[in-house]
Ligand binder design. Structure first.
Ligand SMILES: *[C@@H]1O[C@H](CO)[C@@H](O)[C@H](O)[C@H]1NC(C)=O
Ligand SMILES: *[C@@H]1O[C@H](CO)[C@@H](O)[C@H](O)[C@H]1NC(C)=O
Ligand SMILES: *[C@@H]1O[C@H](CO)[C@@H](O)[C@H](O)[C@H]1NC(C)=O
Length: 297
């Protein structure tokens, strides 16, 4: 009796040190819904994201400048006169007055180690971005840029999340719309699966680029979504992909989220150039996520 009670209290997945960033701004609702899911799952999460919308700034990185105006949605007061800032009642929520990559860099190097006795993060996540980051959008995305930075420059396994349903909303929107909750739950499910695959959570110098389809019609409940291994760029002239679903050519991410049936694309990205990682690295991810992944019809 006592043993089963104790076991029931153990979280399903081991809690990790997770650094969380985005490009839509630290006070964007999709990001905060995901933050809540990670905290509820027992992770030690530190958010470090731009003070305002910095969408489309790719891998730009510049020392944060002194902020005098209020942050996005009035989420920090005017006159802070500081390059970085924190939510006074929840110091795990931080803003950096610069680009997405800079906020990830400050988060990993400066902000989060204070909470973790100087230890580095075990996982980096970004988003969910408001709007897709598919195919030709990938090089320009700050969500991708910040994940690539974590993977390539700090060797922290990194996952970029984006949702096709768009429409930006402040962090304190009530009630929280279904799309924000569903994307947060789906992202949490993928984080769980990656962690269950064991350390090292991802091969070196890769990032996962995850895109959720629209939350509408049949696809309004997280349990309805399916997950498909995909590629970022067209594969016409590329070496074969990992063999799966009866093929050595993975579907492009765009066609996965565009298929009817609530399909989430998961691409294994190469952090050196933001294209699709080679087959041997895809194979490692395929093996780790086997129980989560399905094939397109
Ligand atoms: C955020 O920035 C991008 C790129 O500049 C822009 O397209 C988008 O409309 C902005 N979003 C908001 C809510 O201001
Ligand atoms: C700051 O944290 C408090 C406590 O968690 C919360 O109620 C408030 O909405 C947060 N504000 C921002 C801008 O993060
Ligand atoms: C796929 O893309 C086409 C063309 O952009 C669009 O008309 C169609 O609605 C999309 N289908 C789904 C399921 O998203």
């Amino acid at each position: 009796m006592r043993t089963s009670v104790l076991l029931a209290l153990v979280p399903a997945v081991q809690g990790l040190r997770i650094i969380h960033s985005n490009d839509d701004g630290w006070a964007e609702l999709y990001t905060r819904s995901f933050h809540d899911v990670l905290v509820a799952a027992g992770h030690d999460v530190v958010l470090s994201a731009p003070a305002e919308n910095k969408s489309g700034t790719g891998s730009s990185d510049a020392e944060p400048s002194i902020r005098t105006t209020a942050c996005q949605y009035n989420s920090c007061p005017a006159g802070s006169n500081s390059p970085i800032g924190v939510n006074a009642t929840n110091p795990r929520l931080n803003w950096v007055n610069s680009f997405p990559v800079t906020s990830m860099r400050y988060g990993i190097d400066t902000i989060a180690p204070q909470f973790w006795n100087g230890e580095p993060p075990e996982l980096a996540v970004a988003g969910p971005n408001v709007g897709s980051n598919l195919y030709l959008q990938v090089p320009f995305s700050g969500t991708i840029g910040s994940s690539v930075f974590a993977s390539k420059e700090r060797k922290v396994p990194a996952i970029a999340f984006s949702g096709v349903s768009s429409g930006t909303l402040p962090w304190n929107t009530s009630p929280v719309p279904q799309r924000s909750l569903v994307y947060a739950q789906l992202a949490g499910k993928i984080v769980d699966a990656v962690i269950k695959g064991g350390a090292p959570y991802l091969p070196e110098d890769v990032f996962l680029n995850v895109n959720f389809p629209k939350v509408e019609g049949q696809c309004t409940d997280a349990s309805k979504f399916k997950f498909v291994l995909s590629r970022i760029n067209l594969g016409w002239f590329s070496a074969p992909d990992v063999q799966t679903c009866g093929s050595t050519r993975l579907p492009i991410d765009l066609s996965v989220v565009n298929s009817s049936g609530c399909y989430v694309s998961i691409s294994v990205g190469d952090a050196n150039d933001k294209t699709t990682a080679p087959a041997e690295k895809q194979a490692v991810v395929l093996a780790k996520l086997k129980s989560l992944l399905t094939c397109l019809p």
